[in-house]
Each structure stands twice: as C-alpha cells, then as structure tokens.
Design a protein around this ligand. Structure first.
Ligand code: COA
Length: 574
C-alpha cells in the first residue's frame, strides 16, 4: 500500500442533479464535523432544477482547512457523465467508486486506480426505492473510508424522518445494503477519514447561513428579500429566525422594490438589509446612490456568480467588484467589504451593519457562490462577543438640521415622527436642513462631507492581514474566497524554501492605500490572482496605489486551487 502522509481526505461525489448528490455530501460533512473533524466543502450544480452535472467535494481532516483542495482522493460517480468529466483526474493511487453493475456506463478505468463497483441503481430498484440510490452509495462510502457511522445514521435519519417514516425506513435499508456491499469487497486503497483529536465546541454552516446569522447578531430589524441564485438561502435563513426576534422579512416584487424598502425602513430607524447577486445588484444601483445622497444606512450582501447578464448563475466568479464600488450614477460612495470564509460571513456582516450605522452610508458585503454553498466549521458563535453600533441620533436640543456639518462629519438622524425633527428626505442635493440646494458651494461641501467620512472606515477596520514576515521574493494579494487558496499555496512554497508573503484585504473600498503600499515595498514582485476576466482588484490597485501587481485571472466558473497558485509563482520565478 502506498504511504499517505497527508492528513486530510478529499471525497468528490458526482452525478446528475436530482440524484441526491448534495444530500449525500452533506450527510458525510455533518457526520465528520460531529465527530470533531474540520470540514470544507465545495459544490457545483447545474442551473436546471433536475438533470445536468452536479458535484460535491468534501475535504476533511483534523487540522484547519482553508479551501477545497487541488483534486480528490476518492471519486464516487453516479453516472457516465460524472466519470467522463473526472476521468483525467483519476491518477494512479486514487480511488473510484461507481455504479456497477446496473449503472448506465462501463468505465475504462485508468491504470493504478483503486476501483470499487457498487450496484447503486440496481440495489435501490431491488429495494423498491429508486430514489435511495444515493443511500446505497453512502453506505458503501461509509464502510470503505470509515466515515463516522453512528453520526451518519443520526444525520440522515433526522433529515428523512421529516419526510415520513416510510422514506426514513427505505433509506436506512438502502444505506445498510450499501454497507454490506462494500464490506464484501477487498479494500486495496489506504484512505480513511482521520480520527478526530478532540471534540470542539463548533458548528457547521454554509456561507449564506452565516451571513444570515451575522445579520441577526448585528441587530437586524428588517430584511427585504427577492430570490436569486446563489443568494436566496440568506433570506431563507433570516425568514426562519428573524420573526422570533421581533423583526420583519418581506418578499418584494423585484430587486428595485427590495432596495427601496430597505432604504425606507432604515430611514424609519430600522437596521435593514437585503441579499442579492450581480443582476440584482445592477438593478439596485440607483437606490444605492440615493442611500449615499440621503446618508441612509443600509447593508446589501452580493453573492457573486458568473456574469455578465444571466451568465453562469450557479457558478463561481469574483466579478462584481467594479459594480460594487462604482455602480451608481454621479459620484456615489459606499463601503465595500469582502469575505474569505464562513467565519468572515458572520463577522463581516456584523461589521457591515456597524459601519453602515456609524457612517450613515450603504455598505456592500461581497460573498461568492462557492463560499455561499460551502460548509465549514466555525466556533460556536457567541453573540455577546460582538459589539453593535447604533446610529447617532438627535438629542432634541436646538433646531434640527438633518445634514448638519459636524466636527466628526456625522449628522444626527431622527426617526420619523420625532417632535421637532421634521426634515425633507430627498435624493436632490440639499442644504444642512435638507431643503433642495444646487449652489456649487453647497454641492461641493456636501460631497466632501459624504466622501470624507467614508475614508475614516479605514482606521475603524482591523489592519490588513499580512501572511509572512520580512522581505519576500513574491507577494500575493488576494481577496474573497481566493484568500484560503493562497494561504495553502504559500505554506507549500515556504516549505520548499521560497520567501513568499500574502496580503488579504477584507475592506476593499475605500482602499487602504498605505497598507497596500507598505506591503508592496516588502516584496520584489506582486501577483494578484482573482476569478474574473478583467482583473478587477488589480485594476483598482494600479489606479489607487503606486503598486503594479501582475494579474492572474481565470473565469471558468470554478475557484483557483492551491496548485495553480504554486505553479504560477514557480513559472514566474523561472
Ligand atoms: N430519498 C428521498 N429524498 C431524497 C433522497 C433520498 N434518498 N436524496 C435526496 N432527496 C431529496 C433531498 O432531501 C432534496 O429534497 P429537499 O429539498 O426537500 O430537501 C431533493 O431530494 C434534492 O436532493 P439534493 O441532494 O438536495 O440535490 P441534488 O444533488 O439531487 O441536486 C439540485 C439537485 C440542487 C442541483 C437542483 O435541484 C437545483 O436546485 N439546481 C439549481 C437550480 C438553480 O438554482 N438554478 C438557477 C436559476 S437562475
């Protein structure tokens, strides 16, 4: 048997949308996490509700995991397409579990691959539960790779018992047949799920749910939802929990209505948000300008997907940065944050509310489709550990002027109906009292006021994380979920003796220019990998700083892998 020194295991399950691929992966993920292991998942599925290629990749092990990994150790294919699409990655030593006999394909298995045929379709049919094909596969995987079986049974029983006793029993029977089928095979590969070191107080969440949780922690009062892949689960999560906390969620008729309701509710004194994806954000751009002009706090989460237009609705891309930073007419400002992982989705959502309330401006939080659907471990969240900022409100003294020029640049707000607090709320340029005023001196002073306060967000926000010390041959600037990939790539390069450093900004606008330049000064060369065609952050870095990072862009609907970054840097150093 080959010596496997890696401590993690990567299992990829692939087949057709509707075959229960996602559920199968989720069951394994939940059971590994319950057993105390770290998990990081990546899912890709078709835009169709049924049919098309669906894939779930789970990486699990006892140590922190930052990304989905380079490739899989174990491929479980439910059909011929899943085999065809992954055949090239079946290297000697890897494992292939597949539907046979009775499946729709007879694969020509590459030399040196450990192959385990499991009659998934046939067994499910024999049991009169064709839907339970995935459970036959799950039983087999559980036995072959030592997936914590007790936890697995708990997890899937809980899910299927909600669908009725008959469904639960049929799936249990299929699972047990899968276990027995695998037990009858000789195990030739060395892979097993690692034994956990200690059980920790952790939960497993997706990026979308974590955004919802962060909003609740921040004190969300009002959410206006309009469904769009891959953001819909944020609203689904909030709709379950917000009413219990006294808040309100409304489904609007479209994204323009959504953002308008959010701005209106915030004007009425409520902490408000919406979540959308690129096409929805494009529709919201006018109202974001209005929120900036009227200095109304609001939070918009943009779960990026492949664009432009309807684009690749279920695929990964980081291509909304131009839109997020400058998507409005006129000179309109906002704060833009970007999340690396599930923990960030909680923390930065709280930050988004705090910055928005403090600076009375729109704050956009960027996530992306792989992060939205990725499930990861996070320490059990403690809402009391977060600070919550409330907007500056008028103290009732003197004459109320909504847009008063103040020493700190922030004008006190009033809730509508406050005695003496009457003012005009308008998207027109206005004077300190809110009355329309188009004089050049007033417009210049008001723009300076609105933009001036935004810059201060840089000092409010934690310093950008620098990964590595001293002078480096290579510095890598990364944003969003690409950061997790770069972390691992740099670890590997350092292990080979290369001097490399990483720079991971989470506040993307206003750009912390000085910190970028300080980092750049400590590196001979800079690389900026991002998943978009135009090199959007690289563009801003070149425009705003003296740095000239080299762009590395991909836009194939999938995230980078650590190996891609390692190879690129070696190629550039050669
Ligand atoms: N017995 C009974 N039910 C089972 C089962 C089993 N053995 N295995 C899975 N299921 C159920 C699941 O519980 C789920 O039902 P639920 O939603 O009530 O929980 C359903 O079958 C689908 O299974 P799941 O594992 O979640 O997904 P899948 O791997 O079969 O893939 C999707 C289906 C998710 C790819 C597809 O339905 C989808 O949603 N595509 C995306 C559509 C989209 O967003 N388009 C973009 C428009 S712009």
């Amino acid at each position: 048997m080959q010596d496997v020194t890696k401590s993690d295991l990567i299992i990829r399950i692939a087949g057709e949308g509707g075959e229960g691929i996602i559920s199968t992966g989720d069951f394994i993920t939940q059971s590994c996490a319950r057993a105390g292991l770290e998990v990081y998942t990546f899912k890709t599925f078709p835009a169709e509700i049924r049919g098309g290629y669906a894939m779930y990749q789970l990486r699990t092990g006892p140590h922190p995991i930052f990304n989905q990994g380079d490739t899989f150790d174990v491929l479980c294919a439910f059909n011929g397409e899943a085999f065809d699409l992954n055949r090239e990655r079946l290297k000697p030593g890897s494992v292939f579990v597949y539907d046979s006999p009775g499946g729709n394909f007879e694969p020509d298995i590459p030399h040196g691959v450990h192959a385990y045929p499991i009659p998934m379709t046939l067994t499910a049919r024999e049991l009169n539960s064709p839907r339970a094909k995935n459970m036959v596969a799950l039983g087999a995987l559980s036995r072959l790779f030592g997936i914590p079986e007790a936890a697995l049974r708990e997890v899937f029983s809980a899910k299927f018992s909600r669908k009725g006793e008959a469904v639960a029993q049929a799936n249990l029977a299929a699972f047990e047949r899968g276990v027995a089928l695998a037990a009858a095979l000789e195990k030739t590969d060395p892979y097993t799920v690692a034994a956990p070191e200690t059980k920790r107080d952790q939960i497993v969440m997706s990026g979308n749910h974590a955004v919802g949780l962060g909003a609740l922690i921040a004190g969300l009062d009002f959410f206006s939802a309009y469904p769009i892949t891959p953001a819909t689960e944020v609203a689904q999560y909030v709709s379950k929990h917000l009413p219990k906390l006294g808040g309100t969620l409304i489904q609007a008729e479209d994204e323009i209505a959504s953002i308008s309701q959010v701005v209106g509710a915030s004007y009425a004194g409520k902490k408000s948000m919406t979540a959308t994806s690129g096409p929805g954000l494009a529709l919201m751009s006018e109202m974001l300008g209005m929120a900036f002009m009227s200095e109304t706090p609001c939070v918009v989460v943009d779960v990026q997907r492949g664009g432009p237009s309807t684009g690749l609705p279920t695929k990964h891309e980081q291509s909304d940065l131009f839109l997020a930073i400058h998507g409005s007419h006129g000179d309109a400002g906002r704060i833009v944050l970007s999340a690396e992982n599930v923990q960030d989705c909680i923390d930065l959502t709280v930050d988004a509310f705090n910055l928005s309330e403090k600076y009375q401006c729109p704050v956009l939080l960027l996530s992306d489709s792989s992060l939205a659907f990725s499930t990861q471990n996070v320490p059990y969240p403690n809402p009391d550990g977060y600070s919550r900022v409330e907007r500056k409100r008028w103290d009732g003294e003197g004459e109320y002027r909504r847009y008063a020029h103040t020493a700190d640049g922030i004008s006190p707000m009033v809730d509508p109906g406050t005695h003496g607090g009457m003012h005009i709320a308008t998207g027109l340029e206005h004077d300190e009292a809110g009355a329309p005023n188009y004089t050049s001196a007033n417009h210049e002073a008001m723009q300076a006021k609105r933009f001036g306060k935004l810059k201060r967000a840089i000092d409010d926000f934690p310093a950008v994380e620098v990964d590595g010390e001293g002078e480096a041959e290579f510095g890598v600037i990364a944003w969003g979920s690409t950061i997790g990939v770069v972390r691992e790539a740099l670890q590997r390069l350092r292990a080979e003796g290369l001097r490399v450093k990483g720079f991971y900004p989470k506040l993307l606008w206003p750009l912390p220019v000085e910190q970028f330049e300080q980092f750049g000064a400590s590196c001979n060369r800079l690389l900026l990998p991002e998943v978009n065609y135009l090199g959007q952050l690289a563009h801003f870095v070149r425009a705003e700083t003296r740095l000239r990072p080299e762009s590395y862009t991909i836009c194939g609907g999938l995230p980078f892998t650590p190996d891609m970054i390692v190879c690129k840097i070696k190629e550039m150093l050669a």
